[in-house]
Design a protein. Structure first.
Length: 215
């Protein structure tokens, strides 16, 4: 039984009914980027991925077109380049990865479709780092300026996907919102490399979109 709306969508050449949770499974390095596609390194724990698999790449649902033991490749349409921060990727950059949710998985994040609603810009980014321990040691909060298209879709204590990472909103106003970043999130995702001015993919909670539409 599915507990989310069934629908057919198309984002970044992704045609399916899969959803994601915003819980990042791995990060990967960008190997090549062309006007028509993207190739990234293949994580060792992605052994079950095959041609046709759907993967959220920094929050963007893409379909694997070709693969080998070392890499995964995706076709990327012009609309996806234009509407997401994938257009800013360069060789050597890293991206967050999540495979589509299977029927046997626990649902521990929130419903993430891989449909980017807009690109936000980071502000007030402070990444506390303990050089002696060589690790991030305590919770931090980051502020993101969001586009007008997301106004009314972001609520305090609600969920939002930032570069595919499921986060809880701690504060929101008409132009910005803040999220809490715990050490585990920073250590296991690309969010630790963000700085003031960094651009991020944003996807609002689908439940908020339905509620706003009904109102």
């Amino acid at each position: 039984m599915k507990f989310f709306p069934r629908q057919l969508w198309r984002v970044g050449h992704c045609y399916d009914e899969h959803v994601f949770t915003g819980l990042i499974e791995a990060t990967a390095e960008v190997l090549t980027k062309t006007p028509s596609g993207l190739s990234i390194s293949r994580p060792v724990n992605f052994s079950d991925v095959k041609a046709g698999s759907s993967i959220a790449v920094s929050g963007v649902c893409l379909t694997v077109t070709t693969l080998d033991e070392q890499s995964l490749s995706f076709d990327v349409v012009e609309e996806t380049w234009k509407r997401t921060m994938l257009k800013n990727l360069q060789k050597g950059n890293h991206v967050n990865l999540e495979r589509a949710l299977s029927a046997a998985d626990r649902f521990e994040g929130h419903i993430v479709q891989g449909h980017v609603d807009g690109v936000g810009q980071c502000e007030n980014v402070k990444m506390p780092f303990d050089k002696a321990q060589d690790k991030l040691q305590y919770e931090n909060e980051m502020t993101i300026r969001y586009p007008i298209e997301l106004r009314g879709l972001i609520v305090e204590k609600g969920s939002i996907a930032v570069d595919g990472v499921s986060l809880t909103v701690t504060h929101v106003d008409g132009e910005t919102f803040s999220v809490a970043l715990i050490p585990t999130t920073l250590e296991k995702t690309t969010l630790k490399s963000l700085h003031e001015g960094s651009l991020v993919n944003l996807e609002a909670d689908i439940l908020g979109k339905y509620a706003k539409n009904m109102v």
